[in-house]
Design a binder for this molecule. Sequence first.
Ligand code: C2E
Ligand code: MG
Ligand code: MG
Length: 683
Amino acid sequence: MVLPPPAGATAIVVPGYFACAGVLAFAAVMSTLGAVVRRSRLHLCFALVCACSTGACLAIARYYSAPSLAAAEAPMRDFAFWAVLLLYSVFAFVAAYTRVPRQRPGFVVLLALAAITLYENAHTPFGIWLTAVERSSAIVLPWGERLFHAQALPSLWNVGLRLLALAIVGWGVWRLLGRKGAGDRRAGLLLSAYLVVLFAASVQGALIDFGVVRTFHWIGLALVGFAMLMGADLILILREQDVAMREQAFRDPLTGLANRGALLERLCLHCDAARAGFGAVAHVNLDHFKVLNEALSHEVGDRVLREVASRIACACGEAAIPGRIGGDEFAALLAAPAATRQEAEQAIRRLADDILRALAAPFVLGEQDLHVAASAGIASFECARAQPAESFAHAALALREAKKSGRHQVRAFAPGLQSDAETRFRTVEGLRRAIASDALQLHYQPQVDAAGRVAGMEALVRWLDGPHGLVSPATFIPLAEETGLIHALGEWTLRRGCAQLAAWRREGIDTGGTLSINVSPWQLARPGFVERLAHILRESGVDPPALTIEITESAALYDLQETIARLHAIRASGVRIALDDFGTGYSSLSLVRDLPLDAIKIDQSFVRGIDAGANRHLVKAVVEIAAELRLDVVAEGIENERERSALLELGCPKLQGFLVCRPLPAPELTAWLAAHELKIPVA
Ligand code: C2E
Ligand code: MG
Ligand code: MG
């Protein structure tokens, strides 16, 4: 039985413990919120430490104010309960704080141990902390406060848990000593100092439990100190994470330049209604970087990009802010607005010229000298009126123009470019709808042999665009290739062409030879093309040798080996392959030798004027080489009788052109076939 405190005595320890519990509970709630918002394991572990410390402090406060031994039993058991969980959560916290990579086995062992200990605690009189509990006495503190004290001995559990605590402290300090870096050093110092304080409090507790000293436990104070110091450190960590995340969000990791977001933010500062003056941006793109990147590995590509970044940054100096806004796309924004639009335009043009000049110098990478040219688009804007994204878009349009007109030059934005872009956009949207709504048509142009017999035909796509009439594929195929619509369009052409071929077969109409369908390099390069083609053939029931696909020389530019492999697979299925527009691209004889071909189509630019002697020797050579390689030859675009006889004289076996027949829709072509057959003289 503990006597009530003498009159005038000041209660410090018990209220102090309640206060500690309050502070710890507050810290637990705050860090739980932090853990949820940030999805942070570290904060969750800290919340656990604080929650267990709260439980332990409350149990101690209740123990110290117990009126009898019987009343002290529950707080004693509760204290042991929270002490075990505290040990576990301190372990988890140290592991998270020192970023231990694989701590699962440690957790499992400790959790099993904790479960056994808690079970034992629940089933032992007065809990596991103390044993041989006989009676109670009071500890009287110098300021007169009386604390309940059970006359007992520390249990083996007590000793074991304290040793375990010692081991965890030692492990934590060892982990922290191994860390380097300024932030880590601060964290290391804090946690090691604190683990030592916790350890000292634990030793002091052991001395009380063993009856060596008679005073109150310091553990509560130690726990609150821990919570406060660690809480402060966690706030600092969050701050640093915020700064790092902001850095990361606004910096391009490869080159260290500002990224698109950062440049846009800077541009927003310029585009302010209250601001006077004119700003300007430059959009720089490397010419043919893709080719270099693929030919020389991405690692070399990355090194080039870093070097490009440093040259651009150097050219910008203090006058502009450089940034990387995409793969090989860079930008620069004038650092401060100029007084007039003219000044802004002059400044950005000077800068763009400097950048292009800097990039034109060879890049020395090891033994290699690489040449990377670039093009630039520039645009100026009035700060009070401009929209940030719009200014970038204007520079991009100007860049497009620079690329279109031969690359390696600077082009300025002009309002006309905007309307061009709008027209392009409308065309693309219209084409998208046309593909979806089946508003495209296929026309067919026959090919004939020397005797005039139909020897095959070519399918040519047409787009009947309401108010604009029939749009030529020469206009929309490049757009479709640029926007990826070519895949849907190409698939439609193949399906429709094969369906028509099957229909002619069913109706017993002889089309004379194979049907040629143009296949864009992009279609051929897309994985799965070979399988899709085979599927379309199966679905339509067309015999593969009845189909020829026409490819252009640029099909082999992307990846020659892959293209050759695909063409072999297509040819193995029985489909024939023709090389279209021969002589217009990067024609090389080795291409004709390496690609698995069945035919060559001589482009109409070689046919023009052939009657007057132009290109004769070239066409003759092609015909001879083709004969040598056992390839069929079709000359395209024959418009008059003279061209026809000149080609026949040179030995060209097949002809296609307006002279024979213009491309026609299927029903008209069927009628043409019937009429044409009647006209051919029987040999
Ligand atoms: P191409 O494959 O070289 O087709 C021959 C082009 O020459 C066709 O133009 C045809 O109408 C035209 N032509 C035929 N005979 C004569 C002639 O005597 N004189 C003149 N001046 N021209 C003649 P079209 O139909 O405008 O097609 C242009 C290009 O568009 C085609 O050139 C082909 O590369 C592409 N193309 C057409 N249809 C498709 C398709 O379904 N898919 C793909 N990927 N490209 C296609
Ligand atoms: Mg063609
Ligand atoms: Mg052609």
